[in-house]
Ligand binder design. Structure first.
Ligand SMILES: C[S@@+](CC[C@H](N)C(=O)[O-])C[C@H]1O[C@@H](n2cnc3c(N)ncnc32)[C@H](O)[C@@H]1O
Length: 283
């Protein structure tokens, strides 16, 4: 079978199973099998696939039709213009999480040259490392730290940092319990889905993404409470706490901040959903 025929047949099968972006998905899966970029497929569309290559494509199609997210099959996801390796130990980075990076960068620019020391930034629940690694690369003079409760996630984050050339100090812990020091920014995209909301999640998410990354241990505010409470002791005066929130959570999350905080406007995503809560420690 030629590349052209394989792509046509793969796209037809994906469409039959209601997989979105069937043609693009076929191209990405075959490109992954052949370890080439998508453009190669067009330039060599009459190349005959070997039996092993055809079988590998078949395996990928089987997984995708069975609900495995494309990113776990191809092993990567783009975030802020860079590719991050992902596997089922880590949440697949979402586009809206880029707002956290933007919120830090916007405010970090305002502090350049002041304080007369490198900025210190902490990412709590780093997962693939997408936030911490991106900030370390965008702010090369900053000291970036990242925590996660999952050792498997930290292995992925560490390898992403090494591959992309980012200096990040990773540590395995519950939220930021074992850290001391004062940061200029604490950023976090914590787990915020309630266990009893599991049936509302898309099947792909529910069955394939790590539950420790999705579900809050008690009610959905559990980790936010700790970030606000501990953040008060672990931010520099004037430091910022920047957190991603889920649908309908803005009011309750903003309600966690006491008088020591100045709440800043929440960033809304393209669907108009409030996504990124920012508060500045005033004292
Ligand atoms: C929603 S994911 C976010 C991952 C990544 N920061 C991103 O935005 O794609 C939440 C992350 O928090 C981690 N996590 C869950 N509970 C935690 C806890 N108590 N302390 C530290 N990390 C935790 C999970 O392992 C997961 O990697």
């Amino acid at each position: 079978m030629t590349i052209r025929e394989a792509l046509r047949s793969a796209a037809e099968r994906l469409e039959l199973h209601h997989i979105s972006n069937a043609r693009l998905t076929s191209e990405l899966l075959l490109a992954q099998v052949l370890l080439v970029e998508r453009e190669y497929l067009y330039a060599h569309d009459d190349r005959i696939l070997t039996d092993d290559e055809s079988q590998a494509l078949e395996d990928h199609l089987y997984d995708r039709i069975g609900g495995v997210p494309l990113q776990y099959i191809v092993g990567r996801q783009e975030f802020f213009g860079r590719y991050f390796h992902v596997n089922p130990s880590v949440l697949i980075p979402r586009p809206e999480t880029e707002y956290i990076v933007e919120a830090v960068l916007d405010r970090a620019k305002g502090t350049r040259g002041r304080p007369p020391r490198p900025l210190e930034i902490l990412d709590v629940g780093t997962g693939s490392g997408c936030i911490a690694v991106t900030l370390a690369l965008e702010l090369p003079e900053a000291k970036v730290f990242a925590t996660d409760i999952s050792l498997d996630a930290l292995v992925v984050a560490h390898s992403n940092a090494a591959r992309l050339g980012a200096m990040v100090q990773f540590a395995c812990m519950d939220v930021m319990d074992a850290l001391s020091g004062r940061f200029d920014f604490i950023a976090s995209n914590p787990p915020y889905v309630r266990r009893d909301e599991i049936t509302y999640l898309q099947r792909e998410v529910r069955e394939h993404e790590p539950h420790v990354a999705l579900f809050s241990p008690e009610d959905e505010l559990a980790i936010y409470r700790r970030l606000v409470l501990d953040g008060e002791g672990m931010l520099q005066p004037g430091g910022h706490l920047i957190m991603e929130i889920g649908l309908g959570m803005e009011e309750r999350v903003l309600g966690l901040f006491g008088p020591a905080w100045e709440k800043q406007p929440t960033k809304t995503d393209l669907q108009g959903i409030p996504r990124t809560v920012v508060a500045r420690l005033t004292k």
